[in-house]
Design a protein around this ligand. Sequence first.
Ligand SMILES: Cc1cc2nc3c(=O)[nH]c(=O)nc-3n(C[C@H](O)[C@H](O)[C@H](O)COP(=O)(O)OP(=O)(O)OC[C@H]3O[C@@H](n4cnc5c(N)ncnc54)[C@H](O)[C@@H]3O)c2cc1C
Length: 504
Amino acid sequence: MARVVHLGQQVWNNYHQTAACNLKSRIELANDEQPNGRAYLKAVAETVQALLKEAKQYQIPVRPVGAGWSPAPINVIEDGWLVETLRLNRTFKLAERNLHADCDLPAESLMLVQAGATVDEVYESAEEIGRSLRTGGASNGQSFAGACATGTHGSVWQEGGIQDHVRAVQLVTPERILWIEPKRSVLSDDFIAQTGSVIIRDDRIFAAAQLHVGAMGFVTALLIETDPIYMVQNIQKAAKIKREHIDWLCRGEFRKFSGAFGLNEEPYFQQLILNPFDPFDKKALLRFLYKRPYDASIPPPPPGQMGAGYDALTLLGKVMANSDLFKAELLQLAMEQAYPDNRDVDDPPAIATWGHTTEEHSPIASLFNGSVTMDRRKLSEAFDLIIDSFRRGGGGTVVTLRFVHKAQGLLAPAHWQDNVVIDFDGPNVESSHSGYKKVVEALDDAGIAFTRHWGKTNNLDQQRVQQDYDQDFADWKWAQAQVMPDAADRRVFANDELVKLGLI
Ligand SMILES: Cc1cc2nc3c(=O)[nH]c(=O)nc-3n(C[C@H](O)[C@H](O)[C@H](O)COP(=O)(O)OP(=O)(O)OC[C@H]3O[C@@H](n4cnc5c(N)ncnc54)[C@H](O)[C@@H]3O)c2cc1C
C-alpha cells in the first residue's frame, strides 16, 4: 500500500486563490518503497481504491488534485476529501519485454509516469534517458495527470496538448482498477496484471480518459510516449506588428512571419503577447523556438535567455505584486519590463533542451485567466471583433495568441485541424471578467464557433458543453459509464462545477 496522510479538516484555496472550499479532510498520498514500477502502481492504486470505497460507503465526495493550478473551480470540493497526488511522482522506463506483441512503439520511447509527477519532473526524467516531450504549457509545475485533465497546451503548432503524449491511463474507481489503452495494445497483459489493473482496450474510452477533466475516476499513472531528445533555439523580442501579420498567421504562414521577425526558417513554436488597447502601435512580445539537434556540449543558458518564466501570467503577476493600477500604458510597461532580455537574431544563440523552455512559477496574486480556442482560419475574421469587444467590456488583461494542432481526447478544446488559442491573462478583477464575457458574446453573435479551456475561467454549463462537443460529448459520457457503470461511483467524483458542466 502507499502512505495516506490525513491532514484533517481545513479551508483550502487553489493556487490562484480563485476558489476555496471547506474540506472534511485534506489527504496526502505518498509512495512507500516498492521493488519495481509495477509494484508502485499496484500499491498506489489499491490504496486509492480503498479510499474511494470508504468515500462511497459514507457518501463523501472526493477530489483528486495535482498542483491545484486550475483557476476554474474544478479542483475544489465542499465538505469532502481533497486527495493530493504531488508526492506520487516516480517515473519508470520500460523494457522491450514489457510491450505487447502488437505494440509498434519502441520501448525506449515509453515512460510510466505517476499521476502527481510534475511536468518539470517528467521533463527531467525524460532528459536523463535521452528523451524529450513534444510540447507543454507555459510553466511546468502542474501534475502530469492534472495537466492532461484540462488539455494543457503551449504553442507548438504541429502538436496538440500535453495529453497527446499519453498511450495508456491507469484509472481507479471505487469498484475497479483499470488500465485503459487504445484498441491496439501497448503493454503486455502480464505487465498490466502486475500493476493490479483490469484491461480495457477501446479507442473511444481511451480518448475519453486522455482528457478526463477529473470526472472519469482517479488517475494514478499514465504511460507516455516521448521523442528522442532535441534542443530549441529561442528568439524573443518586443516588436511592432501590423494588421496584415494577423492575416499571415490566420493562413498558417508561420515561416513567412518568422522570416519577418525571427529566423528565416519554420518555427517549432511561436507566440505573440499583445497589448489589446493598442495592438499595432504598441510593441507585441514575440517568441519563437526553432528545433535543433541535441548537443550535450552546449551548456544551458540562464533561464531568462530561454524565455523561461515569461508566460503572460508570470509577467503580469510580477507587476501586479507592486501595483493595483492597470491601464493601457502601464500594461505596456508591464509587458516590456517583465519580459526577459531580448534575444534577437543577431545575438549569440540561446539554445537548450525543451525542458529549459519553462521554469517554476510562484503564486503572486489572484489572477484571471480565460481563453477561447477556434479554427485558426477564423483568426482574421475574429481578431478585430475580439479586440473591440474586449475593450468595450473594459477588459484589463494581455491577449496572447498561440497555435496548436488538433489535440487528442474527445473533450479537447483544440478540436479543429489547426487552432488558434487566444488567452486573456490579467488581474482577477471585474474588468477582466467583463472583457472576457464581451468577447464570448461577440463571437457567439458573429456565429464563430469556439471552445474554452476546462481549467480556466470559462462560464460554461452543460448546455454549452453539449453544443460545443456534440457527438464527442455523448461519446465521452458513454465512456464514463463504461468506466463507472454505477451512478454511485460517479457521484464520488461530483463537485459543483463538474455537475454544472454536465460531466458528472
Ligand atoms: C502559472 C500557470 C501557467 C499555466 N500555463 C498554461 C498554459 O500554458 N497552457 C494551458 O493550457 N494551461 C495553462 N495553465 C493551466 C494549467 O495548466 C491547468 O489548469 C492544469 O490542469 C493544472 O494542472 P494541475 O496539476 O494543477 O491540476 P489541478 O488544477 O490540480 O486539477 C485539474 C483537474 O484535474 C483533476 N485531477 C488532478 N489530478 C487528478 C488525478 N490524479 N486523477 C483525476 N483527476 C485529477 C482535478 O480534480 C481537477 O478537476 C497554467 C496555470 C498556471 C497556474
